[in-house]
Design a protein around this ligand. Structure first.
Ligand SMILES: [Zn+2]
Length: 332
C-alpha cells in the first residue's frame, strides 16, 4: 500500500499562506498580450488618448510632485514636452482597471534629465527607493519593475550576440530580432533562490537561520540567497547555497512565493528549507555572521526599525521579510 498521503486540495497550502500585500514589485495588473503585438503596436498604442508613460533616466523614474501625491504616469504630450526619447518607447501592457489604457515606458534624453533635475515640481527617484518607501501605489510598482528591467535590457543589448549586427525591437519591446542572421533575442530573467532555513531541535524548539551579509552596511539580519546555476533545480540551488554560505545541510524545500527584483533582472524565488544539521560555519566572503534565532528573538529584531543601530530584520518590502514574518506568525 502506498503510505504517501496527499491532500485532496493540492492548493491548500497556498490558500493558507500569509498575504503578500505590501511586498514590493509583486503586484502588476497590466495585461501584456505580447503574442498579439506586431510592428505597428507601439505607434498605435502611443496614439491612444489615454496612453500613459513611465519616464526613466538611467536607473531612476521621473515623478511629478506638484500634486498632493507624486505621479509617475505622464501623457504623450507631457512626455514630448519633457524631452522623452520616443524611439525608446516599449509597451508594458494595458490596464484593465483604466478602460484598457495602454501603459508604456521610455527613456528621457540626458539633456532632458539634466534640465528636469533643477526644475520645481519634478524629481527623479530610484526604483529601489520608490519601493522601499512605498512612494507609489503597489500595483504601479509591479509595472515599474517590469519597465525598469525591460528598458535596462534594451539599453544593454543593442547588438546581436551571434553576428554582432544591430538588432531591432519587435513585439512592442518584448523581443529583439536580428535582421542579418534572423536570431531572436528575449529579455533575460535571472532566477535567484532566497530561503529561510528552519531547524527543530531535540526539545522541539524551532529556530530560523538569519545572517548578516558582508555587503550590508547596517546590522541587518536576513535570509540567505543566491543565483541559480544552469541545469539546477530550485531545491538543489537552495541546498547548495545554504551549504556554501553556512555549512548547514538542508533536506526538504518548500516554495512559497516569488518577487521580481529588477536590479537588473532577477526573480527571487522564496522558499523554506528544513535544516538537517545545525552547526554553522560561515563563508567569510559572503557573511560576517549567521545564527539561529527563536521566534521570540526574531520578534525582538522585527520590532526594531530598519534604521536601528541594533540587529534588525529587513523592511517589509522584501520577500525576505515576508518569509521571516510568515514563519514568526505560524502557529507553533
Ligand atoms: Zn545576428
Amino acid at each position: 500500500m502506498n503510505d504517501f498521503a496527499f491532500s485532496s486540495d493540492p492548493f491548500a497550502a497556498v490558500r493558507s499562506a500569509p498575504t503578500v500585500e505590501g511586498v514590493g514589485f509583486m503586484h502588476n495588473r497590466l495585461s501584456r498580450d505580447t503574442e498579439h503585438r506586431d510592428g505597428d503596436s507601439i505607434p498605435a498604442m502611443m496614439a491612444q488618448k489615454h496612453a500613459g508613460f513611465y519616464l526613466f533616466h538611467k536607473d531612476t523614474l521621473l515623478l511629478a510632485t506638484k500634486e498632493a501625491t507624486s505621479r509617475a504616469i505622464f501623457s504623450k504630450a507631457e512626455a514630448e514636452t519633457l524631452g522623452a526619447d520616443m524611439e525608446t518607447a516599449i509597451i508594458l501592457g494595458t490596464d484593465p482597471e483604466e478602460e484598457a489604457a495602454p501603459r508604456l515606458a521610455m527613456l528621457l534624453t540626458d539633456e532632458a534629465a539634466d534640465k528636469l533635475e533643477g526644475t520645481d515640481g519634478y524629481r527623479f527617484e530610484s526604483v529601489r527607493t520608490l519601493g522601499l518607501h512605498g512612494m507609489l501605489p503597489n500595483d504601479q510598482l509591479g509595472a515599474i519593475a517590469q519597465a525598469r528591467g525591460l528598458l535596462n535590457w534594451h539599453d544593454n543589448h543593442p547588438y546581436c550576440s551571434k553576428c554582432g549586427s544591430k538588432t531591432v525591437v519587435t513585439l512592442g519591446g518584448a523581443r529583439r530580432d536580428c535582421p542579418n542572421c534572423s536570431a531572436v533575442h528575449f529579455p533575460r530573467t535571472d532566477p535567484a533562490v532566497i530561503m529561510l532555513v528552519l531547524h527543530k531541535d531535540d526539545e522541539g524548539v524551532e529556530r530560523c537561520l538569519l545572517a548578516h551579509h558582508t555587503r550590508f552596511t547596517g546590522p541587518v539580519y536576513t535570509t540567505l540567497a543566491g543565483f541559480m546555476e544552469q541545469g539546477e533545480t530550485i531545491e538543489a540551488a537552495v541546498r547548495r547555497e545554504v551549504f556554501e554560505e553556512s555549512a548547514v545541510r538542508v533536506g526538504a524545500v518548500r516554495y512559497m512565493a516569488s518577487q521580481p527584483w529588477p536590479f537588473p533582472a532577477s526573480l527571487m524565488i522564496g522558499c523554506y528549507g528544513e535544516a538537517l544539521s545545525s552547526e554553522i560555519t560561515v563563508d567569510p566572503t559572503e557573511l560576517t555572521d549567521a545564527r539561529w534565532f527563536t521566534r521570540d528573538e526574531v520578534r525582538t529584531l522585527m520590532k526594531r526599525g530598519t534604521d536601528s543601530d541594533l540587529p534588525h530584520t529587513p523592511g517589509p518590502f522584501s520577500i525576505a521579510a515576508w518569509l521571516i514574518r510568515s514563519w514568526v506568525d505560524m502557529v507553533e
